[in-house]
Design a protein around this ligand. Structure first.
Ligand SMILES: [Mg+2]
Length: 329
């Protein structure tokens, strides 16, 4: 596997894209592409692939939950713009060792996730994929054009919020890798890795009436994903280590694994929580919306002038811009 950085490849591909039709509002560079349609609405498009040995290990990932995850990581990107997911396409690459039972449970989980979000599978492809199982999913969503939350809207002075605990999924993965995979006290950490929950309802409410300036989902670790918001918005950010929401079971596991907890929480990937920025005047409505959505909203920093993501910890500040996780088992 090459040691390229994903965002450099994306920038190189985006740079070769010349045509921008007038109905294309946002192309490469956000959680979803945004395409204008009639009635003040837009379509949202996103795609994400999961590859065996890179994004999941079938040794510990039950096929039903793997199918759910393949759908939910895409659904999360729709929620991150504030949209409603509607349709899915699935390209399923089955390896030589995939059993009918495994493939059946995989599809059960995938379709169950779609049903939960009132979505429909409208097409796809099934191929033989050699040694490794692969799922490539495309999801289309919909929303009002004037409510879309882009990465590029953050403003100096905004508060930075996240929708829940950080690091649980990365910690769960680390526990599986170390073979510490059967401890009841860590069940929420295993679950965060195996079966992430996209924050669609919260995203929709925040976009509709949360007064939010910028939003995205946290897939590569807050240190990297917040850096994307900063880069797109031309601003910097400061995160306060003491305000990073960490679960008790996460702190226990991180100590046992001897990993610094704040670093794991900010650099570990696959939280699929939302990160969003909003002026202080929106704080009360954000808290009300979070309660209504059955979610959390935790303020952990502020947008500042500059271009770096800084972490304040123990009286010192440290540059963590793009220090997040890149999938590489
Ligand atoms: Mg995303």
């Amino acid at each position: 596997m090459g040691h390229w950085a994903e965002r450099n490849i994306i920038e190189a591909i985006a740079g070769r894209q010349r045509r921008t039709p007038s109905d294309l509002i946002q192309g490469i560079g956000d959680d979803c592409a945004v395409v204008r349609k009639a009635g003040g609405l837009v379509d949202l498009w996103t795609t994400d692939a999961l590859v065996e040995g890179v994004h999941f290990d079938p040794a510990w990932h039950p096929p039903y939950l793997l199918g759910r995850k393949a759908a939910n990581v895409n659904i999360s990107d729709i929620g991150a713009m504030g949209g409603r997911p509607r349709f899915a396409l699935l390209a399923l690459g089955l390896s030589g060792t995939t059993s009918d039972d495994f493939a059946g449970k995989l599809m059960d989980g995938f379709l169950a996730a779609l049903v939960e979000h009132d979505m429909v599978l409208i097409g796809g492809d099934t191929v033989y994929s050699g040694e490794r199982l692969m799922l490539s999913v495309t999801v289309c969503g919909e929303m009002a054009e004037n409510e879309v939350c882009y990465r590029s809207g953050a403003q100096v002075g905004d508060l930075i919020w996240v929708s829940g605990f950080l690091g649980n999924a990365a910690c769960g993965l680390e526990l599986y890798r170390c073979g510490k995979d059967k401890e009841d006290r860590y069940s929420s950490l295993y679950c965060a890795h195996l079966d992430p929950q996209p924050q669609v309802r919260l995203g929709r409410l925040l976009a509709a009436r949360g007064g939010v300036h910028a939003m995205m989902d946290i897939s590569d670790g807050l240190a990297t994903d917040l850096a994307h918001i900063c880069k797109a918005s031309g601003v910097g950010a400061v995160i306060v280590a003491d305000d990073v929401p960490l679960a008790d079971e996460f702190l226990h596991a991180a100590a046992m694994l001897r990993i610094p907890p704040v670093q794991l929480a900010l650099q570990g990937g696959e939280d699929y929580q939302l990160v969003f920025t909003a002026p202080e005047s929106s704080s009360q409505s954000i808290r009300i919306i979070a309660r209504e959505a059955g979610a959390s909203a935790i303020c952990l920093g502020r947008i500042v002038a500059g271009q770096s993501v800084l972490l304040y910890q123990n009286g010192k500040s440290q540059d963590i811009t793009f220090q997040g996780y890149e999938h590489r088992f």
